[in-house]
Design a protein around this ligand. Sequence first.
Ligand SMILES: *Cc1c(COP(=O)(O)O)cnc(C)c1O
Length: 379
Amino acid sequence: MSRIAFTKPYQTGLESEYFREALASGVWQGDGGFTARATSWLETYTGAPHALLTTSCTHALELAAMLLRLGPGDEVIVPSFTFTSTATAVAIRGAVPVFVDIDPVTLNVDPALVEAAITANTRAIFVVHYGGIAADMPALLSIARRHGLEVVEDNAHALGASLDGKHLGTFGALATQSWHATKNIACGEGGALLINDSSLLERAEVIREKGTNRAHFLRGAIDKYTWVDQGSSYLPSDLLAAVLMAQLERFEEIQSLRHRVWNRYSSDLQDWAIQHGVGTMSVRPGVSHPAHMFYLMMPSPKDQAGLITHLAKQDIVAVFHYQPLDSAPAGLELGYTPEPCGVTADAAARLVRLPLHGGLTDGDLDRVLSAVTSYAPLS
Ligand SMILES: *Cc1c(COP(=O)(O)O)cnc(C)c1O
């Protein structure tokens, strides 16, 4: 019996062809032909007016923080239930991530708690669409508008997802994508910044290119380029952009393989879940999700460990997710938590994610399903 991996990059077959093409082109640095193609694919697909490829989603978040001129004295509201990068991007600028709790149904930031956490120092809200299921963007945007705050979407899970027909990643002024090997679309390590507020484009290009106006120079807008602002090196190699482009071009294929897994879990675990008081993912009307993850909310922390161990014994890898940032050592030191994040702590202690990737066969799925349904929760 072979191991069923929790996640595995899906190879369409086109990656090696495009990679060889990029190698042969001699353009190995950033902003070559594959970067241009991937950028334009992202803009066309999502409807975001501008996209910039970056070296990771973490770097895209850092770029966003620099673009918004976040710094000491500023506060940024982030969910406690997220990956560290959403908070480190704020903290690295010397600003304070302010942790708020999540909604128990979507596991996304709770707009009422966001509003309650706003102070005179609040500058922005960094929103995460957990599992690619949309956060309550109408409520969050209206709060942001009323208080003059910027909205950044950490869209790492949500390429291909939408809310009322509008792509996630196009609601905030800025949004970030990840092409990490564990995400739906992968090139190993990589990311992108979606820029919905066009007034931010020019400075974003400068920051991404080591503080220079090289991008404008390459367009022929100026005759030499120079150091004009803050910056870093956030361009991915065009070799990686080639792998990314192969995946984007096969986006529908990758997505349909993932949806096949998600739909099977959702339908075949329903009876078992109801019988044992296990929560499953809820997709409300108007929400279209990208099959990034499938999780179960076990009745108790004991059952989280119990199910993970039960599956491990059958060589199936299932995992828990985000440990709360508000109570993490760096969260305590660098962040601020106005109200206890009880829903986050509870979700972190009970959630189990099942294997989900395009390479799972029907036989693998049969095995996972029968292993899960042979587990009887203790509580
Ligand atoms: C994966 C992930 C990131 C980090 O992405 P990288 O590309 O690895 O930097 C950030 N936020 C969320 C919500 C993620 O899932």
